[in-house]
Design a protein around this ligand. Structure first.
Ligand SMILES: C[S@@+](CC[C@H](N)C(=O)[O-])C[C@H]1O[C@@H](n2cnc3c(N)ncnc32)[C@H](O)[C@@H]1O
Length: 274
């Protein structure tokens, strides 16, 4: 077992991966936390699949959830273990080392785009969740904007490329409708998806931040802080959301079908310059 992510130090202030924390956590952590607090008002067992260095697990642990992290990368398991991200074990999302129905919720954030068989990972998540349990997810969208920002700018264009060239393959990114179909085949009902994209000054900010990062004038963490994300309806860069595991009869088990706060599909995409 091992992963591409073994070679990076998750919490290095100058390192690549802390950019994930500074860029995405302001958006996803409040969403995951508030959703979990609604579905599990008395707390519960939460599995973080592909937990990485524990950015999200640590926040959910401090919010009082009983969090277990699992990751294919030993470096990630060690890093998450060191920052108080709950119990952390090595394991593959495709073959989760847990019994059936053991968790009240599963978080899978920025992972499905990196696994060879996302459908198998989703099947495993459905197996370890109890009926009525929640899956919270986030992943990049497969749009022209994500191809331009994530692939062309961040991985290819010499003045701005700051990510390994093969970190994301655009063709393997999953659109929300595709994820919803995969989930539906596994007895999940998607309650909400929320698109996000760049903030008003996002594209200019993204290009200048990536160029500064490339020239080592700022760290990945600082770049993550400068590339601002917002929710919005067009040109999504990625999305997050949550789904409920139903029983064979299509019921949520009477427990925790989480009503979305308003509407099942929302967009948080940026004010895009027109
Ligand atoms: C982009 S990182 C996301 C980490 C964390 N979820 C976050 O968002 O902060 C992707 C993580 O998925 C893990 N991963 C990749 N393939 C996996 C698999 N098949 N099973 C479990 N973890 C996997 C990697 O080791 C890495 O830690």
């Amino acid at each position: 077992m091992g992963s591409h992510f073994d070679r990076y130090d998750w919490w290095d202030p100058e390192g690549l991966l802390l950019g994930l924390h500074t860029l995405l956590d302001p958006l996803r952590v409040p969403y995951f936390r508030s959703t979990l607090e609604r579905v599990l008002p008395s707390g519960g067992r939460v599995l973080d699949v592909g937990c990485g260095g524990g950015f999200v697990s640590r926040e959910l642990t401090s919010a009082g959830f009983d969090v277990v992290g699992v990751d294919i990368s030993h470096a990630a398991v060690t890093a998450a273990g060191e920052v108080g991200a709950g119990m952390v074990v090595a394991g593959e999302g495709e073959h989760l080392p847990f019994g059936d129905g053991q968790f009240d919720a599963v978080v899978c954030t920025e992972v499905l785009e990196h696994v060879r068989t996302p459908a198998q990972v989703l099947s495993e998540i459905g197996r370890v969740l109890r009926v009525g349990g929640a899956l919270l997810f986030s992943t990049p969208h497969r749009t022209r904007l994500s191809r331009f920002v994530l692939i062309d700018l961040a991985q290819r264009f010499p003045p701005t490329r700051v990510l390994p060239a093969s970190l994301h393959e655009w063709d393997r990114l999953i659109r929300p409708d595709e994820l919803e179909r995969m989930l539906g085949r596994r007895r999940f009902r998607v309650e909400q998806t929320v698109d996000y994209t760049l903030a008003v000054d996002g594209m200019v900010g993204a290009v200048t931040a990536l160029a500064a990062l490339k020239r080592r004038r700022i760290s990945h963490a600082q770049a993550g802080e400068r590339i601002r994300l917002r929710a919005g309806p067009r040109l999504a860069l990625g999305y997050l959301g949550h789904a409920t595991l139903m029983d064979d009869g299509g019921r949520s088990g009477g427990a925790s079908a989480i009503p979305p706060e308003s509407g099942s599909r929302q967009s948080v995409s940026v004010d895009w310059p027109t």
